[in-house]
Structures are given as C-alpha cells and as structure tokens.
Write a protein that binds this ligand. Structure first.
Ligand code: FES
Length: 165
C-alpha cells in the first residue's frame, strides 16, 4: 500500500456511513454481501477500518470478510480514481496497437495497470476484450467507450478528462 493510500485510509475514513449501513442490515440473514456492496458504493472502495467494523458488528471473522473481498473482482480494497481508464488488451486490440495506447496513457497520467494517481483522479486497468472489437483499439473511461484510437486521439481523450473535475 502506498503512503498516500495509507493516509487516506487512516485519516479520512468517517465510519458514520458504514455504521448507518450496518444499522440497516443488522438483522438480515446473509447480510455480509449486501453490507460490503453498500460500503463500497458509499466509499468507492472497502476501507480497512470498515472491514474491522463489519466483523465486529456482524460477528464474523475478518478473515472471512477478506475471503469474500478477494474472491469477488467487484470489490476494491484501495481507493480508486474518479475516472477508471480501461485499456482493452484483447486480441483484436492487441493486433491494432493496444500496447502503444497503454504506453501513451501511462505517459500522460503517470500510472499503469491497477494503479491509481496520487490525486485519486485516474485508475488504469488493462482488461480483456470489452466487446467492441470492430472499433479496435478501444479504451473505456468509466461508462464511455472510445474506439479506432491513435496516439493522438488518446491524447485528446485523456486531456479532456484531465481538464474535468
Ligand atoms: S479485443 Fe478489444 S474490444 Fe475486443
């Protein structure tokens, strides 16, 4: 865990949100998954202090919670960027230069696969085929898809998000 991420976890986690979620689900059978999903929805990831809080209030072992969190790809244990940049590395995109696209993005935002910028603006992820092979090479930024990319087009896309809050 980077120092910046550790700081976020230690200093900025207000457990009121997690406690409110737990209050709502406390008497429900099989509450663990919906509680963890709601916590991730609230914080954008599942902070470590929340794992301990959930363990205590639902009376489950932290190891059981970490088992769930690491099994399901939907959960994230560290803060993620406001903009998730998914670079398709599937075969069609690979053949059409996905490697160069990924390198360009890394040069522009400063992080590569599974990394998040210090300002929590961008997270990069290299992913398998996202089902838009006809537009290869393709990236997604959150829900938006950008295809038929060149280095210049990627520059423009990233510059647009860098200007946004
Ligand atoms: S290989 Fe990239 S969208 Fe299918």
């Amino acid at each position: 865990m980077s120092e910046a991420v550790a700081e976020v976890q230690e200093e900025e986690i207000d457990l009121a949100g997690a406690n409110a979620i737990l209050d709502k689900y406390l008497d429900m059978h099989g509450a663990l998954m919906p509680v963890l999903q709601a916590i991730q929805e609230h914080y954008g990831f599942v902070p470590e202090p929340c794992v301990h809080l959930v363990a205590e209030r639902l009376n489950v072992y932290t190891s059981q919670i970490y088992g769930v969190l690491t099994f399901y790809a939907q959960f994230h244990l560290e803060p993620r960027g406001k903009y998730i940049v998914r670079v398709c590395m599937g075969t069609a995109c690979h053949v059409k230069g996905a490697g160069r696209i990924a390198e360009t993005i890394k040069e522009r935002i400063g992080v590569g696969h599974a990394e998040t910028t210090e300002d929590l603006k961008f997270t990069a992820e290299y992913v398998a085929c996202i089902g838009a092979c006809g537009m290869a090479p393709v990236i997604m930024v959150n829900e938006d898809t950008f295809g038929s990319l060149t280095v210049q087009k990627v520059d423009e896309v990233i510059a647009k998000y860098q200007k946004m809050d």
